[in-house]
Ligand binder design. Structure first.
Ligand code: GLN
Length: 381
């Protein structure tokens, strides 16, 4: 037998695959993995179709279809007052996950330390480890999951090379505030620390709150890889198209890796999205669209024994279930799926030490009927 010296000895299969497969197997309503169960816009589908018919069927440029990069640049300047040069500072990726992997691989060397905040989306730590980096995790706690910047400061040393942020945050649905930005700026000032900012839910922010992305703040922008996605805002997670923005010297390193990882991504999808982005309503109307779903789902959950945690952004709603059981969240998630027919994500999987605050995550990017059916089942729990 050939022996394998695993690069990720502790890794199993990602929770999203596990829970979606289980939901399909037992016929549960799938509120686990985050994706809509309604169609993306017919207009966008038409634009992508037309692109295929118009010959966008061969390789796109390595860094992405230029008109799409130009639209992204315009949107970023309009929303955040930051200019990214489409030629040298924006690269189209095969979704947010590839952008995150690429940024980490591009700048993290063996023994470099990377600070992450847990619960953390599950692709950060493996990418750091594959690069030979060292994960320094700081645990956040419910109900508000706020970052204790005094503790971050203590974690920072000469080996710290990157801090990974995620706002709006998956799975906790919290967002960074200006105080967080100020604290972060003070910590990284005069240090060689990159920021990788996962902002794939940037347009899913509610109650009139502001998205405090890194692009807005020059002192942070100069050291940041900002990662965004089209799957979330345009209800098309299966197309796997996103992008990364970074100052030219950082983007140059990013592209060295990107070109040998995927080279480029779907040209027809890029061309379709470039057209679709021209209408700003397509992303500016999202808070209203998702607020309705959030409020509808939260209202339904009020009739159950689950306790709602706040939801400021993303399309996830987390709950505590202490009134129901003291089971481990991973056991309870399996039982909810199998016995009650609603698949959810146990939040302990996003902690490297499997810290269990008895919190579950639901995705509410679903048809009203799906949410109704789920609530009907959850009332019985
Ligand atoms: N972002 C999605 C979620 O949190 C899942 C992405 C994936 O399946 N890799 O549910």
């Amino acid at each position: 037998m050939i022996s394998v010296n695993s690069k990720l000895p502790g890794a199993g299969t990602t929770i999203f695959t596990v829970m979606s497969a289980l939901a399909a197997e037992v016929g549960a309503i799938n509120l686990s993995q985050g994706f809509p169960d309604y169609e993306t816009s017919p207009e966008l589908i038409e634009l992508v179709n037309q692109s295929m018919k118009n010959g966008f069927n061969q390789y796109a440029p390595m860094a992405g279809y230029m008109p799409l990069r130009e639209e992204i640049s315009k949107k970023t300047e309009k929303l955040y007052g930051a200019y990214y040069n489409p030629d040298t500072e924006i690269t189209i990726t095969a979704g947010g996950t590839q952008a995150i992997y690429t940024a980490i691989t591009a700048v993290i060397n063996p023994n470099d330390e990377v600070i992450i905040f847990e619960p953390a989306f599950d692709c950060y730590a493996p990418a750091i480890k594959i690069a030979g980096g060292v994960v320094k995790a700081l645990e956040l706690e419910p109900p508000d999951y706020h970052i204790r910047w005094d503790l971050v400061k203590k974690l920072v040393n000469n080996r710290t090379r990157m801090i990974i942020l995620n706002t709006p945050h998956n799975p906790t649905a919290t967002i960074l505030q200006k105080e967080d930005i100020d604290a972060l700026s003070a910590i990284v000032k005069n240090r060689d620390i990159f920021i990788l900012s996962d902002e794939v839910y940037e347009h899913l922010i509610y109650d009139g709150q502001t998205h405090h992305g890194m692009a807005r703040y020059p002192e942070l922008r100069e050291r940041s890889f900002v990662v965004a996605s089209f799957g979330k805002p345009f209800h098309a997670t299966g197309w796997k198209v996103g992008y990364c923005m970074a100052p030219a010297p950082l983007m140059s390193e990013f592209r060295k890796v990107h070109q040998f990882l995927v080279f480029c991504v779907s040209s027809a999808v890029q061309a379709g999205i470039a057209e679709y982005l021209k209408n700003e309503r397509h992303y500016l109307d999202l808070p209203e669209f998702f607020t309705e779903k959030r409020d509808y789902f939260r209202n339904g959950l009020e009739s159950t024994r689950f306790e709602l945690l706040p939801c400021a952004g993303t399309y996830f709603q987390s709950v505590r279930y202490n009134r129901i059981t003291d089971e481990k969240d991973s056991d309870f998630a399996l039982r909810l799926t199998k016995e009650f027919g609603v698949a959810v994500i146990p939040v302990s999987v996003f902690y490297s030490k499997a810290t269990d605050h008895h919190v579950l995550r639901f995705c509410f990017a679903k048809k009203q009927q799906t949410l109704d059916n789920a609530i009907e089942r959850l009332i019985k729990v």
